[in-house]
Write a protein that binds this ligand. Structure first.
Ligand SMILES: NC(=O)c1ccc[n+]([C@@H]2O[C@H](COP(=O)([O-])OP(=O)(O)OC[C@H]3O[C@@H](n4cnc5c(N)ncnc54)[C@H](O)[C@@H]3O)[C@@H](O)[C@H]2O)c1
Length: 305
């Protein structure tokens, strides 16, 4: 049986990942977050600060955890308000999870990286899987450090840490302060008949993924049998490339009234440092990654729920 602990379980990705993993009768789920859930969950939930290592030792031993999905992070836009706090939470929580992995023989760990690892000096059109990386946000720097640490701990302690470099994730729930949140915010404004002020310019192009594809990618990667000596990567994946204007037009084409004005703020500079698309051929060739949702299918799926 997979005895799974999830951190950041009430976030944009955690909410759906917990639901999806708990549908498998072979999985026991222990969801954790620093916040409390608004309504009862269909799986076990414990309120916990991921920086409280001793408490997590108790959770891991009491619940005989053998798999961890570590989703806690301060995201790109919020990170710029507090670089020191962002480094502390993102890196120290990573270290705590790795330590749990080492001390309590956790068989597999999932930790997401981000397209924020890239910087302005790479090809903006198609970012390669492997290239020189000079991120210009503290968030991107913590993600790049995590990618390096993941490889280090595999070599040092044989830990099986798996990772995906996620682009902006689209779902009905917003993430906690990312640069690609405009897509979710715009959709919610259309549904609530509100006007939307977009913090990015209309033609800012960024790679995105629908949450269902992101969850499927995480699950597929965690199921893959890798050879022991295989080099590990944080794999690029993406669904499609999107601008605020393309997204607004797609929503309007679905019959919604939506008025958008554009007032770029500091997040424009972050977005300008990120690629427009990423090369995800490696994920496809090694563990069969392929997105199922384009822009049209994403909108149809969200709007039917
Ligand atoms: N959403 C995206 O577009 C996106 C893109 C790339 C990568 N990612 C990565 O995926 C992961 C999940 O992202 P998300 O969008 O679900 O984030 P989110 O901000 O929606 O959720 C993070 C969760 O962590 C919780 N949390 C914060 N501090 C905590 C602490 N000290 N202890 C315990 N819980 C704490 C928050 O309450 C929140 O529920 C992150 O690592 C993020 O970097 C997300």
């Amino acid at each position: 049986m997979n005895r799974i602990l999830i951190t950041g379980a009430l976030g944009q990705i955690g909410t759906l990942l917990c639901q999806s993993l708990s549908n498998d009768p072979d999985n026991f789920i222990l969801a954790t977050d620093i916040r409390k859930p608004i309504k009862n969950t269909q799986y076990d939930f414990v309120q916990a600060d991921v920086l409280d290592y001793k408490f997590f030792v108790k959770l891991v031993t009491e619940h005989r955890i053998n798999t961890i999905y570590h989703l806690v992070s301060i995201l790109s836009a919020n990170g710029e308000h507090d670089p020191f706090g962002t480094w502390n939470l993102n890196i120290q929580s990573f270290q705590n999870i790795v330590r749990l992995g080492k001390e309590y023989k956790i068989k597999r760990i999932f930790w997401p990286s981000s397209i924020a690892v890239y910087g302005k000096d790479i090809s903006p059109i198609l970012a390669p899987q492997q290239t020189e990386m000079n991120p210009e946000t503290i968030y991107g720097i913590t993600k790049l450090a995590g990618e390096k640490l993941m490889n280090y701990y595999k070599i040092k302690y044989g830990l099986d840490i798996r990772s995906i470099r996620l682009p902006g994730v689209i779902s009905i729930n917003a993430a906690g302060g990312g640069t690609t949140d405009f897509a979710v915010e715009m959709l919610n404004c259309a549904l609530n008949k509100d006007k939307y002020t977009c913090y990015l310019l209309p033609n800012t192009r960024l790679p995105m993924i629908y949450i269902e594809d992101a969850i499927n990618a995480i699950k597929a990667l965690m199921k893959t049998n890798f050879k022991n000596n295989e080099r590990i990567y944080s794999y690029n994946v993406m669904g499609y490339s999107l601008t605020p204007k393309i997204w607004a037009d797609a929503i309007i084409n679905k019959g919604y009234k939506l008025e958008v004005d554009y007032k770029p703020d500091y997040r424009q500079i972050i977005a300008d440092g990120w690629p427009q698309t990423v090369d995800d051929k490696l994920a496809n060739s090694i563990w069969g990654w392929a997105p199922k949702y384009n822009i049209e299918k994403t909108l149809s799926d969200i709007l039917k729920s």
